[in-house]
Design a binder for this molecule. Structure first.
Ligand SMILES: [Zn+2]
Length: 147
């Protein structure tokens, strides 16, 4: 059991705390840091899990990346991909839906692709989610080369 961020050996308590609350293995220092970030941005824990899942797959994602207008849950700058985690997918209102579409439009105009992933998908299919994002990245990379 080591910290995903700094590889420090974890005590039983640190490991349990971090796993219970965030679902990822972090030392006390990185746990506190991440909790601050989450608190500030209202980040879903699934975003944290996906972030580390992607890191583990060799991707360099950014958690809560500020795009100039809003904080994006996860951004992969190399391929200009923004990932938003939807936590209340079944209860989406029409106002929220049109806001999402408008945000997606602004991102596209700036050359960014935004995908929205329901949090339950990360909860139940983390590995598959990561694999799909890797595929999306490949597609985006190919498109960037064409341009
Ligand atoms: Zn650490």
């Amino acid at each position: 059991m080591t910290c995903l961020q700094c590889k420090k050996e974890l005590s039983y308590i640190d490991h349990k705390n971090s796993m219970d609350i965030l679902g990822v293995e972090l030392c006390d220092k990185h746990f506190v840091q991440l909790r601050k970030l989450i608190h500030k941005n209202n980040t879903p824990v699934e975003a944290v899990q996906l972030y580390y899942g992607l890191k583990n797959a060799g991707v360099h994602p950014m958690l809560e990346w500020w795009d100039g207008k809003k904080s994006v849950d996860i951004a992969i700058s190399r391929v200009k991909l923004n990932i938003e985690i939807d936590t209340e997918y079944s209860m989406i209102t029409h106002e929220q839906a049109i806001n999402d579409l408008e945000e997606a439009m602004h991102s596209f105009k700036n050359g960014f692709t935004t995908i929205r992933i329901p949090h339950v998908v990360i909860k139940y299919y983390l590995k598959e989610t990561v694999n799909n994002i890797l595929g999306i990245m490949e597609g985006l990379k190919a498109n960037i080369k064409v341009i």
